[in-house]
Unconditional design. Structure first.
Length: 434
């Protein structure tokens, strides 16, 4: 193999040897990434508004992460399975404290889908063992996504993508998502009540048949948050019927929304949170955080993962928390959230009728509409391609939206420059489609 491949050469090799499910990203061969800048194989520099799908929350190749990983590497302890190691001890304690006083224990895994799969098991075990439910029913939300393993995918609200499973879990039920163009804060409560009535009318006894409810903190493709009244009604409903609430915080966690976690926007303390992505700053690290009563239901060995809680990932996780606990990081976050909101609001007003901006903190979407007001996938894709040519990386969703999620502590200069590139691209492309 050549020492220095270009993008086309690399893609040809991967086309031959790698499953195509891994393909489909923008044509960039990464060479290195530092802070908020990505450098490709031709030494072209890109401002990164993706954080590699909201993983590099404290920036690429953060010095604290590199030092933490090197310490482990040179300590000659890279893996220990579930044997104790000091890095795991320090991290677990720090993680639970970071998550807040309503949480008591954590279970670590390697990927987000492992975490949500674990939450499915925990909700059902709790419902059957503790709440004495007759059925291990789970309520999920249409359009939400929870992972690629079987249980996690069955909780995801994409029925057309489940054809390969061959059956439906009769104890997973779906309700509609309260999209902001259909539901506002005033009728969020009524919307949830109406959805529950539909379940009841289909023969579901919510007191005996439902063990838990799982929801993404926001719906991913559009960074779409729920009305607070919708979540409040869920909270009341679950308390009344002894139902556990799980928040899937994969994209929302670790200050991505401007707060520690997405659920912090809703005045609620979930029973379980599933976390990942930004918690490891690039290391394969995820987890479930809950109470002793819930997480201690499985006995020794019932929850385990070969690579979970290994010294490398725990050290990276601890270094991530240490960075996030500094005033320097929090001040950068506050500044950037303000700039992000103000500039995108200005852009939305400039192209009123053709785009709509959604999201909170440092996770935003731009949803595109054509001249008739219909969702416009083509324009969204055109904008992604144009931004790439102008050295800005954004998340291509494959829908009528693009997603923006820069490193939370990125430089003010690059944040403003990136937003200016978006404004320029929209002027070019939207004016051509008028």
């Amino acid at each position: 193999m050549k020492k220095n491949l270009n993008y086309k050469e690399a893609q040809l090799i991967l086309d031959q040897y790698e499953a195509r499910s891994m393909h489909g990203q923008l044509p960039v061969l990464w060479k290195k990434a530092l802070g908020d800048i990505v450098v490709d194989s031709e030494n072209k520099k890109y401002i990164d508004f993706t954080s590699t799908i909201f993983v590099a929350n404290i920036g690429h190749s953060n010095i604290s992460i590199k030092i933490a990983i090197l310490r482990v590497v040179f300590s000659n302890l890279i893996h220990s399975y579930t044997y104790l190691n000091k890095f795991r001890v320090k991290y677990i304690e720090s993680l639970v404290k970071f998550c807040g006083p309503s949480f008591e224990k954590a279970y670590l895994a390697s990927s987000g889908t492992e975490a949500t799969e674990t939450s499915l098991k925990l909700m059902r075990m709790y419902g059957l063992k503790v709440s004495k439910k007759k059925k291990p029913g789970i309520i999920s939300i249409k359009g939400n996504y929870h992972g690629r393993t079987l249980g996690a995918f069955m909780m995801s609200g994409f029925p057309d993508a489940k054809w390969w499973i061959g059956f439906k879990d009769p104890n997973i039920y779906f309700i509609n998502f309260p999209y902001p163009w259909e539901i506002n804060e005033k009728n969020g409560s009524k919307f949830f009540k109406d959805e529950i009535e539909k379940l009841k009318n289909s023969g579901v006894n919510v007191k005996t048949d439902i063990s838990g409810i799982i929801l993404e903190s926001f719906q991913g493709w559009g960074a779409l948050f729920y009305p607070k009244s919708f979540i409040t009604e869920i909270k009341n409903f679950c308390k009344k019927n002894q139902i556990l609430i799980t928040f899937d915080e994969m994209q929302a966690g670790f200050y991505r929304t401007g707060k520690k976690f997405g659920f912090n926007h809703y005045n609620i303390n979930p029973d379980i949170i599933c976390i990942g992505k930004g918690m490891g700053s690039g290391m394969p690290l995820s987890g479930v955080v809950s109470t002793k009563k819930i997480l201690d239901l499985p006995g020794p060995g019932e929850l385990s993962s070969t690579n979970s809680a290994n010294p490398l990932v725990c050290s990276a996780g601890l270094a991530t928390l240490n960075v996030m606990n500094t005033s320097k990081f929090l001040n950068s976050l506050e500044r950037n959230c303000k700039i992000f909101k103000e500039k995108l609001n200005e852009i939305e007003l400039t192209f009123k009728g053709r785009i709509k901006v959604y999201g909170k903190g440092m996770i935003k979407s731009i949803i595109f509409y054509d001249k008739e007001g219909k969702p416009d996938i083509k324009t969204a894709n055109d904008v992604v391609e144009d931004l790439l040519q102008n050295k800005l990386l954004v998340v291509k969703t494959g829908r009528e939206s693009i997603k923006l999620g820069p490193p939370l502590n990125m430089s003010k200069k690059n944040l403003i420059n990136g937003l200016a590139i978006i404004n320029k691209s929209l002027k070019k492309i939207l004016n051509d489609t008028i």
